[in-house]
Design a protein around this ligand. Sequence first.
Ligand SMILES: [Ca+2]
Length: 489
Amino acid sequence: MRFFVYGLFQLVACAALSANKQPNILFLFTDDHATQALSAYGHGLNKTPNLDRIAKEGMLFRRCLVTNSICAPSRAVILTGKYSHLNGQLTNKDVFDGSQQTVPKLLQKAGYQTAIVGKWHLKSTPTGFDHHEVLVGQGSYYNPILITNGERVKHEGYTTDLITDQAFDWLDKRDKKKPFFLMCQHKAPHGRWEPALRHLGIFDDVDIQEPPTLFDDYAGRGKAASMHKMGIANHMGDARLMFKYSSKFTPEQFKVFDGYFRPRNESFLAAKLEGKERTRWHYQRYIKNYLSCVKAVDENVGRLLDYLDKQGLAENTVVVYSSDQGFYLGEHGWFDKRWMFDESLRTPLIARWPGVTKPGTESADMVSNVDFAETFLEIAGAAVPSEMQGRSLVPVLKGATPKDWRTSHYYHYYEAGGHGVPIHYGVTTKSYKLIRYPAPMDEWELYDLKKDPRELKSVFGRPEYARTVKRLEKELSNLRKVLKVAGEK
Ligand SMILES: [Ca+2]
């Protein structure tokens, strides 16, 4: 009996200790947010004081890469800790298999209360969440329908604000005895870029700086880049530049939105322009709409950080901010993503973990979105299943990156032809990037990242790089074997 009581005491003591040890996890996630438009990364395009606050109070990752630079596949990688060929979400067209093991399911088993609010974009019904409140497909910027635990509910307002409101609503109602895992996922700043009414015209009086590769002519590379259909000059169209609005506005909203655009007659003005003048004009309209959408994201991140402070949750909550991939903000003359080039391969990642991560630190380690699931599990004190293919970032967040941390990263894009981008895969190291395009061009490219950080000239086939190519081909083949990649397409 005495042993039993002592044992029970130990059990209760252990449970209390583990409850204290399990911090809440708030995963703030956006769609298509480029590091260039997050001021903590230092590009100077815009100001994002609230996102910068997470970096100031935590760690900013300079080299967070994605395994497949497109929306739905990236989300599936984060949920499963596995590459696309194993989780089944190769492209945006696939339907996510929700019966497989995912990080929210494992966190539930570890005692967490789990929720997702905002953009889901995986077609199947979310699984592993105690609460889901998600947009239908891509969702709209205004007056969205949110599917709340299976029920379609129409909301009125600006979606970035509404997603935050609904996150507050769930946080207020949650079971406060359990730690929480909340994925708060915005549609913004995905195209078509419709700013909040309060942000219409905020960049009217400024010329936004142009990227140095805005007029890239794609010479000195293989055929792939020149086959793109994501040019600012010729592939944006009135809808993307927002002369045609996609949201179903209320009459009051329409009055303000239309009142801003109609008198400007921009569609007519743009149609008359040619050559560089046209590219420049389109770029300014595009980037101003995009940055205005980012502005609302930043304000809403601020609202969430303030909420954590007011509720006394900040100290015991790990806040992680990321996007499903990077994005072209005019670099190479493009919008969109998909390519293994830097702007879309790299995604923002900043994390705040009070008492664990030293404030104001940076990591240059090569990390990946395939590491996120493992990281959440280790934060929660749960075991990481052996079939997961990434590695927990917890040691990195503690400032002690293991000596055997990855020095190369495998990439594989499968959605053939979207915006003219062919299927391709390859390996990135600190100094080089080797890319293989199996079809239709059957080509290789090699970029010397130290000499050519903007990736404007492929040096594949040059005799002085023969040994480098051999070494990288071996590395690529090894990564494909370890990651169990079967085919090229
Ligand atoms: Ca995306």
